[in-house]
Design a protein. Structure first.
Length: 256
C-alpha cells in the first residue's frame, strides 16, 4: 500500500463515505511514480530521494512537521494518521514547531513527539536540529501541514535528501482576518511548494484553489479527511428520541 492511499483509507471512514479501496489504491499507486518538480535539477534530486524511500524494506519513518499550538480539525487528522499508519508499515513521528495543545491532547506516544519550538515564523535555526534528528531516526519522508511547517520541511528536505509532501487543510490566503498575516503565509506557502513532491488537498474546492495558484495538476491529489470508525450502538442501548439536540466543539474561524 502506498503512503497516499493510507492517508485517506488506513482503516478509516472518510467524510464522504466509504471509498472503493481497490479503485482508490490503483489511483494512488499511479501517483507514486515519477515525482514532478519545477526544474530538471530538482526533479532528479526528488526522484532519487523518493526511490530511496520506496525501495526500503523495513518500516518507513515519516516525520510530520506541524505547528502544534492547537488541537482541532487538522490536528485530529494528524492524530488519526499517528495512530493508524504504524499498522501499514509507516512509523509516524511528529515535530511540533510551537508549544501548545497537540502534545497534551493527541494521546500519541511521547517517544514519537519532538518539540522544536521556533522563536518566530521565519526562525530557520530549527532546520539544522530537525535535519540532525531526522537523519539519526532514519526518516524517509516529510509531511507538512501548514505554511510554517512547509517552509521548514522544504529546507530539511533539501538538507537530508528525502522527499516531502504538503497537506492543504484550508485556503491560506483567507485563513484568518489578519490581511498581512494571510499575505505572508500565502507567499511562504507558494515559495515552499515549488519543491513539494506531492500536494494533498482535503477537498475538490481546495484542489481548484491550488490549481489557480499555479500548482502542477500532476502533483495534486484529493484525499478527504477520515474519521475513526465507531462501533455501532446495540439496539437495546439506543435511546428513543423524537428530537435531538446536537452539540459541536470546534475551532471556528471567521471565514467559516
Amino acid at each position: 500500500m502506498t503512503y497516499f492511499f493510507l492517508c485517506g483509507n488506513a482503516g478509516i471512514r472518510t467524510t464522504s463515505g466509504i471509498r472503493d479501496n481497490t479503485e482508490t489504491e490503483s489511483v494512488m499507486i499511479e501517483l507514486v511514480g515519477a515525482i514532478p518538480s519545477t526544474c530538471a535539477h530538482d526533479d532528479a534530486r526528488a526522484d532519487n530521494a523518493w526511490q530511496r524511500a520506496s525501495n526500503a524494506s523495513a518500516t518507513q519513518r515519516v516525520l510530520h512537521v506541524i505547528n502544534g499550538e492547537y488541537f482541532s480539525g487538522a490536528e485530529r487528522v494528524q492524530q488519526l494518521l499517528g495512530k493508524r499508519l504504524a499498522a501499514f508499515g509507516y512509523e509516524p513521528i511528529f515535530a511540533c514547531l510551537k508549544r501548545g495543545k497537540f502534545l497534551e491532547c493527541s494521546g500519541l506516544s511521547e517517544d514519537r513527539m519532538w518539540l522544536e519550538p521556533m522563536r518566530h515564523r521565519l526562525d530557520l535555526g530549527v532546520v539544522s536540529r530537525l535535519a540532525k534528528r531526522s537523519l539519526e531516526a532514519g526518516v524517509r519522508l516529510l509531511h507538512a501541514h501548514t505554511p510554517r511547517s512547509a517552509l521548514i520541511a522544504n529546507f530539511v528536505s533539501r538538507k537530508i535528501g528525502v522527499p516531502w509532501i504538503y497537506h492543504v487543510h484550508s485556503p491560506t490566503a483567507r485563513d484568518s482576518t489578519h490581511f498581512f498575516r494571510n499575505c505572508i503565509n500565502d507567499w511562504v506557502e507558494r515559495i515552499s511548494l515549488r519543491r513539494a513532491s506531492r500536494i494533498i488537498t482535503v477537498s475538490k474546492s481546495l484542489r481548484r484553489e491550488m490549481l489557480r495558484q499555479g500548482c502542477p495538476r500532476q502533483r495534486l491529489v484529493v484525499i478527504a479527511n477520515g474519521v475513526s470508525v465507531q462501533d455501532p450502538i446495540f439496539t437495546v442501548e439506543r435511546v428513543e428520541q423524537s428530537q435531538w439536540t446536537l452539540g459541536m466543539v470546534a475551532l471556528i474561524r471567521p471565514r467559516k
